[in-house]
Ligand binder design. Sequence first.
Ligand code: BGC
Length: 727
Amino acid sequence: MNRLLPIISLLLILLAIESKAQVSPESIDEKIENILSQLTLKEKVAMCHAQSKFSTPGVPRLGIPEIWMSDGPHGVRGEINWDNWGYADWTNDSITAFPALTCLAATFNPKLSYDYGVAIGEEARYRKKDVLLGPGVNIYRTPLNGRNFEYMGEDPHLASIMVVPYIHGVQENGVAACVKHYVLNNQELWRDHINVEVSDRALYEIYLPAFKVAIEEGKAWSIMGAYNQFRGQYCCHNEVLLNNILKEDWAFDGVVITDWGAAHDTKESALYGLDMEMGTGTDGLTLSTKNAYDNYYLANPFLEMLQSGEVPISVVDDKVRRILRLMFRTNMNPNRSFGRMNNVEHQEVAREIAQEGIVLLKNDNSFFPIDPNKKMTIAVIGENATRSMTIGGGSSELKAKYEIAPLEGIQKRFKNANIVHSMGYASGPPAYARVIPSPYDADSLKRAAIEVASKADLVLFFGGLNKNHHQDCEGGDRLQYALPFGQNELIDELVKVNNNFGVVLISGNAVAMPWLPKVNGVMQGWFLGNETGHAIADIISGDVNPSGKLPFTFPVKLEDNSAHHFGEISYPGDSIKQIYKDDIFVGYRWHDTKKIKPLFAFGHGLSYSSFNISNATSSKKTYTPGEEITLTCKVANTGSKDGMEVVQIYVGKPNSKVERALKELKAFKKVNLKKGENQTVQVSFNADDLAFYDESISDWNLEKGTYLISIGNASDNIVSEIEISIK
Ligand code: BGC
């Protein structure tokens, strides 16, 4: 027996560890209080601000770990130096680059959003990150916003449905998602100070919903405040946004993190909702001889206010409780997995999202797909056929393990064809916050491309934007709606010598297409990550049938967009403030209501097959508040290829007592159908989703009466309408 004693006690210890590992929420709260009681004031304050570019200090004395963060949102960013923005040149930090979030939104497939979240969460975990700085859900308001590519489009319902599974997937790995940028950071120009004035109605109906569901349903463990101001107060310490809406109304129990350098005042940061300050200027540690981080607003100045009693201790305690809660969910959670990185499954997820997100915009005479077995000469023209798009763009820049460019993908798939590439135009090398002119001579590039195009059987033009300053890039907006670098003129010249012509646009934004009538096919290719070339070749060859839908409207011209319609005070503002005069009429809501025909509508996207949506019915004619409204319709694949279609449900309220958009997306479902197959599809939403935000009562108001439900496969292709009423 004596000899068994050590074994028994070892077993007991293991059992104790095991039962400790399965911590219940109550015991976490107790642990938090226990730790809090052992911390000095200085240690508490230290936890509320950075110790390096991407980490906050732990409490070494108590074995409490540091918190490590990384961008986000399309892959885990390469390691950055401790004190400056230089890359640390590690050799073990190359990752899977996933498609940008506009592409994810264009899939209209929440399942893929979950797969995305799981995969990127696993990579973040393997890279030992506790917080992933993403996803981003700022609303697409103007095509000039340099960061639209990082977000999920113009529609609050689409963004809401897509953001939740991403967060769940990430957080299953014991890595916190950090939803950003809360809120109204809808342009990059003057982002660090512009004061946004917007009505409560537009705030609640358009700009907040995706953040709200990210917190309430996604249960995001952290959120990033935006750079800009809202009603005269910086978003990172904003009483209304953070204290009232986020923490009180939505009961957010996680951590509010600043955007990098977005805190501006100690007392406001202390009192108006900020929990953790990051990125305040420290380059070269010029602010202090010892430790610049001590000079952060939430560092020594905060400590002094707490010591003098100007700010009560309960304020720092609340912040530290939140930070410890985040830690028990992440780096102090003994059950979290170890993650994995660059595995085939992640690469497959990246490829699948890219395939499903690519949108076929135009396809005259079945230009696409192009037979991969045919012997022919294909002219692949344009800088974007070979340019790396994981590099650049700002904080979402990635160090991809590999990146298949479009040209490479086409060369691999079209083995029987003679592929000739010509650059056609040049934009200059990648650079952040500045433009380096291209060293190439534009005229000779153009001449060479015309020569190549004239001898080919067909031309594939790869153009669009790139991740440089004033393109799709953080820190600046686009300067024009037109394609840059002389691409329009080049396309005009090329179609003259060869009109068997298709365009693949690589961008995260809408662009003007004055040449549209002259070309046969147009595809929206987004920024697709390391599987770019494979996914594009999959679609061009017809190996995969396109099923992406536009997550935002392409206006014909900039003035057709609502933010621009109202002049400079609406976009970009007068440099001090801007007024969202477009109010709730963002994107298709504006185009529909004002009958301004877009170039391509929200929800539009073609297939190599054809689909028929019919027999739409509602289970009842009259509903009461809170009731589920269920619609049924038949979707048939009437073409000759298997494929997917997205049934889209929009609702409008004729004779409303307030101004309303003609219709708003309330539900959608992606359906996978074999050729010739049909399916009965059910889609539902809640009657309460039809309410408008009533400023007179500061609450949602569900009007009684008749509503018009429109069913279609694009916002401008409605095939059936049903009237229902709310009693
Ligand atoms: C961006 C954030 C990013 C942070 C850290 C900021 O400039 O706005 O989105 O997470 O930098 O890189």
